[in-house]
Design a protein around this ligand. Structure first.
Ligand code: NAP
Length: 504
């Protein structure tokens, strides 16, 4: 096809590996920049005990590389990491990756991007795809006295594997999905375990079905059987969950609430049950999915601490009720800064406009993928993508197929620059914020889904709409520039060819 172009992919996690595979399929030259020393993204970064994915494993795979080998419905983190490593190897992506060098700046100039890495390496690309993840930069709140703590203290994403856990006094701050998994994994190992809860969470039970060797053999021998399983897992989640989150009056949300309530009622001690009872609706914060958390927190060596943390002392945590909770190990399961995306990389678009300034009030992108004035720059799992209990692998697959249609326009020589128009971006945002009014995320809780203005930083429409919107670009929503033409056009209907003639 027409022009040969070069594409930079930033990040070698799930989305970056996907982008590289899809670019290679189209014979497009690409370089993947990875600041770490291996692939896997969030599955490389997170290595805490109990790490698993609460999205069904068979669905949490690329559609072109299903995995018949999963041992259970919800796979362990190490197995998911191994899956992404294997796919990257099998699809020949490894040689395309430049490891251990962080991209620190991207500057747009004349239909291309000048890229600079921390080591001083420079390169130029026609297109940049940011596959830098959402839950990546840890949120590390300051607790007074933390520097005086005599034990080991670290964030869940910075797990220190040298620290002994067995028979120790372990404290975990937070009650999100991470803390719930940690609780289930650490209670059996600790002498004493304390969970420091600021806000109670709804916990939805889900049995973690095991797959036998016979099941795996069946999936291996007959991919149609495996595909049928994926369809089932997918439609169960989408039917039960996708409607629930966008409509707080929906029967689906009522069903989730009932399941969570029934689960909560399994807590035997009324005082513990009352302290574990959230004061907001289920799924307002991301649902914790666990069959083991409630059992773990009811063990004799486990304690739920709800008095607020006042400070850290050398021996442990002092809470507002005056009690000192003595600890050997303190884990901050305090979540992530979710508004970073490609940043801190400095991204300078058309006419020197800085992405940091454009996103000062929060990150926004047309259909989560394109930002006005940042031509040929696209995001995977970018701002306001569907998040939550969906398969982000599937989300990224829809997005890359859409982005590559825009990239193909460059290759065909139809234009040299393409980015969403300001009008399309504004229209998308207006509709997105309107739709947010009916979502469960605004029903009275604080969560990482909400931006600074209290608007959910998420896809607030139906999942069907996401699939529809990402089928093919509506070119009237894009501003394109033709080669050697100073004329920009909106809507792809007035591009000019290299001689300045109208081509459409
Ligand atoms: P999170 O859901 O943001 O939870 C952070 C927890 O830390 C909350 O309980 C929060 O309390 C608490 N916290 C934060 N600052 C605090 C402070 N200063 N004092 C006391 N408590 C504080 O983070 P996460 O559990 O790491 O999960 C983040 C996301 O990662 C999840 O929502 C999910 O999307 C993903 N994840 C997925 C899986 C999976 O199985 N698929 C597993 C782990 C994580 P408040 O609620 O009061 O703010």
């Amino acid at each position: 096809m027409g022009r040969s172009i070069r594409v930079a992919v930033i990040g070698a996690g799930m989305a970056g590996i996907l982008a590289a595979i899809k670019l290679r399929e189209r014979d497009i030259e690409c370089v993947v920049f990875e600041k770490g020393d291996s692939v896997g993204g969030t599955w490389r970064e997170n290595q805490y005990p109990g790490l698993a994915c609460d999205v069904a494993a068979h669905w949490y795979t690329y559609s072109f590389a299903r995995n018949p080998e999963w041992d259970s419905l919800m796979a362990e983190g190490k197995d998911i990491r191994a899956y992404f490593e294997r796919v990257a190897r099998d699809f020949g992506i490894m040689p395309l990756i430049r490891f251990n060098d962080e991209v620190v700046q991207l500057r747009f100039d004349e239909a291309g991007w000048d890229l600079l890495t921390a080591s001083g390496h420079t390169d130029r690309f026609d297109v940049v795809i940011a596959a830098t993840g959402v839950l990546h930069h840890p949120n590390i709140p300051h607790f007074d006295g933390i520097e005086t703590f005599s034990g080991a203290a670290f964030h869940s994403v910075h797990w220190d594997h040298d620290v002994e856990l067995d028979g120790k006094r372990i404290g975990v701050i937070g009650t999100g999905s991470t803390a719930a998994q940690l609780t289930s994994a650490l209670v059996p190992r600790a002498d004493q375990f304390q969970l420091f809860q600021r806000t109670a969470q709804w916990v939805m039970p889900r049995e973690n079905i095991s797959y036998t060797e016979e099941d795996k053999a069946r999936f291996r021998e007959n991919p149609a059987v495996l595909e049928e399983l994926v369809r089932e897992l997918r439609s169960k989640t989408l039917e039960g969950f996708a409607n629930a989150v966008i409509d707080y009056d929906s029967p689906e949300l009522a069903a989730i609430e009932q399941l969570c309530q029934e689960n909560l009622e399994t807590i035997r001690d009324p005082d513990l049950r009352q302290r574990l009872t959230p004061s907001y609706r289920a799924a307002c914060k991301r649902l914790v999915i666990s069959n083991t958390f409630y059992d773990a927190i009811q063990q004799p060596n486990a304690e739920l601490v709800t008095s607020p943390i006042e400070r850290v002392e050398p021996e442990g945590l002092r809470t507002a009720d005056g009690q000192l909770h003595e600890l050997d190990v303190l884990v901050l399961a305090t979540g992530f800064k979710v508004d970073r995306f490609i940043r801190p990389t400095r991204v300078i678009g058309r006419n020197g406009v800085d992405l940091d300034a454009v996103w000062a009030d929060g990150p926004k992108a047309y259909l989560s993928m394109s930002v006005p004035d940042f031509p040929n720059f696209f995001l995977l799992n970018g701002p306001n993508s569907p998040v939550g209990n969906f398969s982000l692998v599937e989300v990224a697959q829809h997005q890359i197929e859409y982005i590559l249609q825009l990239v193909d326009g460059i290759r065909r020589g139809e234009y040299t620059e393409v980015s969403a128009t300001e009008e399309a971006m504004q229209q998308f945002e207006t509709e997105r914020c309107e739709a947010a009014q009916k979502t469960v995320w605004v029903t009275g809780c604080d969560s990482w889904y909400l931006d600074k203005q209290g608007v959910p930083a998420s896809w607030t429409f139906s999942y069907d709409r996401f699939e529809q919107e990402t089928k093919a670009p509506r070119m009237q929503d894009y501003q394109v520039h033709a080669a050697h033409s100073s004329t920009a056009s909106q809507g792809g209907v007035r591009e000019q060819d290299q001689a300045g003639r109208r081509v459409k």
